[in-house]
Write a protein of this length. Structure first.
Length: 598
């Protein structure tokens, strides 16, 4: 281990991995009393040619992470600079990478492969909806936790739609998992992740990679020219229904692939329903691998994206339309090789502990349609008793029932599991529920139907922190960038801390007029422009910021207080939103982390 004992306030525990760009440490955060993973950028790289691009890429990773809050994506807490270090503070994940599991020569059943893909495609769907393309999906960047939950990590070369960090001519990715268009160096869209996910799926099904290459040139020819053997031919027992799914995911032309992750998942589900082979699913004790949705955390999925359908109670975000930018250009292999030498060329580091735990399997057990309907009716009656919650049932990859959604208290999850365990027919139902304390859970219910990606015309609105960090310390000024939709609107920006109150960042007593023109950008908390200063104070933890844009005023005649109780404000807000057409109302939200000063 190096001589580093602390980085900023973080107490270094051990090295988790090393690579060409830096070191990943396990560290302890004394303010939040939790373990974190810290990914650093080598200080000596800052003196080399291309350092500016390296720092931009590193900051871009933090921005990509910080824009995403999903149970299948590693959470980023902050990007910081301290003691000659540039580093990203992330959620510490205990488990193993899929690459490590592949290296043990483990074979996956069909159910296990599909269960992993469901979680991967859920993460990609959410990421793409929020304008982030990963561009380096591979087994080393898929972490399998001890409870068998999948976490996507390493957004180091992700492209954010609103950034210009990626330029034509940069060839980035891992050759055996790169899409053909990545080899050409053109700007890629979200369908490059579809291709890479297809490579992972092929490997899960067969134990073999579809494109092999001992060097860059061989890999290039394999990916761009060859067509892999059908999975059902490579490995006995793989249903032939998956051959067409793989072929479409690995299409050379992006226009011939699945148009989005939800369509990919729907094709997998349809293939699962078409085959009569009995299968097993990955389990953790008595809990099956977490079922996932083709949507954002806390929002119900579109029925077409789920096996067997779902009884959704909340409208999902709409998908983000993408277009392929630029045309194909000639591949310059020497540039590729030079780039890979500059950035290390090897596998990226994953913030993960090798748990060494083996996965077990259970028989899924097929249910008749009548039995399933009876169980759903029983479960629905149970779910109705929980307040400030959005809960629904769905089929997981093996055809078993699971409960998804969010509640406001951890006690509700415990109580629900105990209630299910008391019913013999329901004891095996999987529970995968997020905890969002009040009023966050109620806010999610209110705003989810109106939330769209920033680039999703015509009504997208967005809120982002000014700078690279979603983490704020006591005494810091809260500054936020607001991007308005494509119509003139009245904008409301509210900050919900953990104390049960609400701070009206905009409008307020200093800036009472909140009418904004279309496609405008402005900063909340910009004192230099006459704005009001908003300073972070206790209590600390995960908190929520919401922005609403409406074609008409939501509170005509009501002079807003700068601070009031959330319960009272939510009554006014609900009343103000009633009757406003969905086409004239847009919303967005982010979660931030606040903590006491060092």
């Amino acid at each position: 281990m190096s001589d580093v004992k602390t980085i900023g306030k973080y107490q270094i525990r051990k090295v988790l991995g090393r690579g060409g760009m830096g070191v990943v440490y396990q560290a302890y955060d004394p303010d939040m009393d939790r373990l974190v993973a810290i990914k650093t950028l080598h200080a000596n790289l800052l003196d080399e040619e291309g350092a500016e691009n390296l720092v931009s890429r590193f900051r871009g990773e933090a921005r990509a992470y910080g824009r995403l809050m999903h149970h299948n994506i590693v959470t980023c807490y902050s990007y910081e600079e301290s003691d000659n270090f540039r580093y990203i503070v992330m959620e510490f994940v205990s488990g193993r990478s899929l690459k490590e599991i592949f290296d043990t020569r483990k074979t996956f059943s069909i159910g296990e492969a599909v269960a992993i893909m469901r979680q991967l495609l859920s993460a990609l769907s959410y990421s793409h909806e929020n304008g982030v393309v990963h561009r380096d999906i591979k087994p080393a960047n898929l972490l399998i936790m001890e409870n068998n939950q999948v976490k996507v990590t390493d957004f180091g070369i992700a492209r954010i739609d609103t950034s210009h960090l990626t330029q034509t001519g940069n060839i980035i990715g891992s050759p055996s998992y790169m899409s053909p268009e990545q080899f050409t160096g053109v700007n890629v869209d979200h369908r490059t992740d579809i291709f890479s996910a297809g490579v992972v799926f092929y490997q899960l099904l067969t134990g073999e990679r579809p494109f092999e290459g001992s060097d860059l040139i061989t890999a290039y020819h394999a990916v761009t020219s060859s067509h892999p053997e059908k999975p059902s031919v490579v490995k006995a027992g793989v249903p032939h229904e998956f051959d067409a799914v793989i072929a479409r995911a690995l299409a050379k032309d992006p226009d011939e692939r699945f148009s989005n992750a939800g369509e990919f998942l729907a094709a997998i589900d349809q293939s699962m329903q078409s085959t009569t082979s009995e299968d097993t699913i990955l389990t953790a004790g008595s809990t099956s691998l977490h079922g996932v949705r083709d949507t954002v955390t806390g929002v119900a999925p579109a029925p077409a994206a789920m096996a067997g359908g779902a009884e959704a109670r909340v409208t999902p975000k709409k998908g983000l339309p993408f277009g392929m930018a630029g045309g194909l250009i000639t591949v310059l292999v020497l540039i590729v090789a030079a780039w890979l030498m500059l950035f290390g060329g090897g596998e990226e580091i994953d913030a993960v502990i090798n748990s060494g735990a083996d996965s077990s399997t259970v028989d899924t057990g097929a249910l008749t349609e009548l039995e399933d309907q009876t169980r759903v009716a029983t479960i629905e009656r149970m779910l109705d008793q929980y307040e400030c919650a959005s809960l629904w049932t769905a089929n997981d990859a093996g055809g078993k029932r699971e409960i998804l959604g969010y509640v406001s208290r951890e006690q509700d999850v415990v109580h629900l599991k105990q209630t299910l365990a008391a019913e013999p027919d329901l004891a095996a139902v999987n529970v995968s529920i997020q905890i969002y304390i009040w009023p966050f859970c109620e806010l999610l219910q209110m705003f989810s139907p109106y939330v769209q990606s920033m680039n999703n015309a015509p009504t997208g609105v967005s809120v982002l922190p000014v700078g690279d960090s979603f983490n704020f310390r006591e005494g810091e000024n809260l500054r936020l960038e607001i991007i308005t939709p494509s119509y003139d609107s009245y904008v409301y920006v509210d900050y919900f801390p953990q104390d049960g109150g609400v701070v009206h960042l905009y409008p307020n007593s200093v800036l009472p007029t909140n009418a904004q023109p279309s496609h405008s950008r402005f900063v909340i908390g910009d004192v230099s422009q006459g704005g009001q200063k908003w300073t972070i104070s206790p209590p600390f933890g995960q908190e929520m910021i919401v922005v609403i844009a409406s074609k008409q005023p939501l509170f005509p005649g009501r002079q807003p207080l700068d601070v009031e109780q959330a319960a009272e404000y939510l009554q006014y807000l609900k009343a103000g939103m009633q009757g406003v057409p969905a086409s004239e109302l847009a919303a967005d939200y982010i979660f931030i982390t606040t903590e006491k000063a060092r």
